[in-house]
Design a binder for this molecule. Structure first.
Ligand code: MG
Length: 314
């Protein structure tokens, strides 16, 4: 299944992408189906996708039932034309910072050392940092580029994992069962701020620097998550062209390491690192400019486009 958050007529609502491409308004569909006795979803129906993910298996079972009803054409009243909706990030305002893994593709680690003329050392353990919830933005959104803030705005396409089950000290062998699904993230980075402050948080935390979407694809639909093409274009020019099989630390290891002594909760997001081809490592370096169109693509999930806007436009 594919879940999303959309805005229509000024309100934000969680949605399910039906097989015919229409968007099922989950709040409306769950309410109607329950009234008709077609669902056993207990308690108040959450108004957002985060709340639905937090409802756990009860929500997944209900969504499966709705998927079946949509296929049979029985949810017409709760379905919308996608052209009449604007997609937002699937979880527009995460409850916590977005967890990120730095330097997790060997070729990207190499290009970073080469650009900084340093001796290469591969990380022995995953490197974690976070992006604040205010950085999150959706598909086709503008990313503000203020030259007084940064002169070196860069992109990083990443596979992002959405946690579906609460857990601590999760063994790698069981990590899969804690995953709700996957989406695309762009770990937009102000390289000058990243270097100036030594610690990465400032350079990776600007408003709009975490585009995500367009959908969350549930775990069962991506059994080959360790072997997906992942890439990025700027104005149609291919800049990143990798594969998730090249992750230094695969997803189960990331979850095991991050959850060691620290609870992960439903709706938490972990972005797993970027392949090679970032702008700062190009010769000469190429940073993003106002007007640029940046598109991230991951096989089996889709495409996520952002626009770079000057500070007046965004
Ligand atoms: Mg990154």
């Amino acid at each position: 299944m594919r879940f999303l958050t959309f805005e229509s007529k000024g309100t934000q609502r969680p949605g399910l992408l039906a097989e015919d491409g229409r968007i099922v308004d989950l709040t409306a569909a769950l309410t109607t189906a329950r009234e008709q006795g077609a669902l056993s979803f207990e308690g108040p129906i959450p108004g957002g996708l985060l709340g639905l993910i937090q409802a756990g298996d009860a929500f997944l079972h209900a969504a499966e039932a709705l998927s079946g009803l949509a296929k049979d054409g029985e949810l017409e009243d709760a379905s919308l034309d996608p052209d009449a909706c604007r997609l937002l990030a699937p979880i527009p305002r995460p409850a916590k910072n977005v967890f990120c893994v730095g330097r997790n593709y060997a070729a990207h680690v190499s290009e970073g050392y080469k650009a900084r003329k340093m001796k290469q050392v591969l990380p022995e353990h995953p490197q974690f940092f976070t992006k604040p919830p205010t950085a999150v933005t959706g598909p086709d959104a503008a990313i503000r580029l203020d030259p007084d803030v940064t002169q070196k705005l860069d992109y990083e396409v990443e596979l992002a994992v959405v946690i579906g089950r609460r857990g601590r000290d999760i063994p790698a062998a069981e990590a899969d069962s804690y995953i709700f699904g996957y989406t695309i993230a762009n770990d937009v980075t102000a390289r000058d701020l990243q270097r100036r402050h030594d610690q990465w948080f400032k350079g990776k935390g600007l408003d709009g620097s975490c585009p995500m979407g367009p959908h969350i694809v549930t775990r069962d639909e991506l059994p080959n998550v360790g072997e997906l093409a992942i890439g990025l274009t700027v104005n149609g020019e291919v800049r990143q062209d990798g594969n998730t099989r090249d992750l230094i630390f695969p997803i189960p290891v990331i979850i095991e390491t991050l959850s060691l002594g620290m609870t992960l909760e439903p709706g938490d997001i972990i972005s797993t690192g970027t392949p090679s081809g970032v702008g700062y490592a190009m010769d000469p370096p190429q940073f993003l400019k106002a007007g640029d169109e940046v598109t991230c693509r991951i096989e089996g999930i889709g495409a996520l486009t952002s626009w770079i806007a000057d500070k007046e436009a965004a």
